[in-house]
Design a binder for this molecule. Structure first.
Ligand SMILES: Nc1ncnc2c1ncn2[C@@H]1O[C@H](COP(=O)(O)OP(=O)(O)OP(=O)(O)O)[C@@H](O)[C@H]1O
Length: 239
């Protein structure tokens, strides 16, 4: 699987928010999209998942584009938005069933994965609960359970750690590492690059809708000194 974003320009209205964005995510790679609030991370993802259309440039997933073969393109992506989107009238168990149907997964295999995931996220006694009974973090965990049941080549997560407790952060890191080890590719946005230490292969740093720096996460301090300095004040690389 290779995601290639090339010279992407785009945005919401007539005016472009993104300018000549280029980067790649290869097989088994974890790439972190980082940058200050409003720098264009979610807008970039909205283009990749097809919510927005490029004004210029191209986005290719294993050779397919949304324009050339929308079904082949979309079938390769699992996306977890920053704000959980759940069906209020469905239980956790039914959310899992819907995911299995939507992604045409083998039911037995998918439920084996699901059972492990709900246990990991300490939701195994809540399979019959409706979203109204879940806390904010639990809702996020339900989204993550659904995402990690799928086996699409590319997993995109917008802010995976926001609102999660410390145990859940470790759990997500472990699941990301497993997905990567199995050859899956992951693109995520984050404000806490340190959390990903050792896991992310590369970062892409956006500034005002442009790629201002990219490289190995080990080189982040050297390549983005202004933010690293600020982050250190908080004893964390908070962007
Ligand atoms: N729905 C929208 N309509 C118009 N402009 C938008 C919309 N969403 C975001 N923008 C603008 O696009 C720019 C980039 O926003 P974006 O949400 O991509 O930033 P971000 O890097 O994801 O920020 P954050 O870290 O706050 O999530 C900002 O100037 C923002 O005001």
């Amino acid at each position: 699987m290779t995601l290639v974003v090339e010279n992407l320009a785009g945005g919401y209205g007539k005016e472009s928010i993104l300018h000549e964005i280029s980067f790649k995510v290869d097989d088994g790679e974890l790439v972190a999209l980082v940058g200050l609030n409003g720098s264009g991370k979610s807008t970039t993802i909205n283009h990749i998942i097809g919510l927005l259309s490029p004004k210029k440039g191209s986005i290719t997933l294993n050779g397919a584009t949304l324009q050339s073969d929308s079904a082949a393109y979309k079938a390769q992506i699992t996306y977890v938005p920053e704000q959980p989107i759940l069906y209020e009238e469905l239980t956790l168990r039914e959310h899992i069933d819907v995911t299995i149907t939507a992604y045409q997964l083998d039911e037995e295999l998918a439920w084996q994965r699901a059972e492990r995931l709900v246990k990991i996220f300490r939701l195994d006694n809540k399979l019959n609960w409706f979203p109204v009974h879940f806390s904010k973090g639990m809702r996020q965990k339900v989204m993550l359970v659904m995402a990690f049941i799928t086996d699409t080549p590319l997993l995109i997560i917008d802010e995976p750690f926001i609102g999660l407790d410390v145990l859940a952060v470790q759990d997500v890191l472990q699941l990301i590492a497993e997905r990567k080890a199995a050859g899956g590719s992951i693109l995520l946005t984050t404000h806490v690059l340190d959390t990903l230490a050792g896991l992310a292969d590369r970062f892409v740093y956006l500034k005002a809708g442009k790629v201002a720096a990219t490289g190995s996460t080990n080189d982040f301090a050297r390549l983005v000194p202004e933010l690293h300095q600020k982050g250190v004040e908080y004893e964390n690389t908070i962007l």
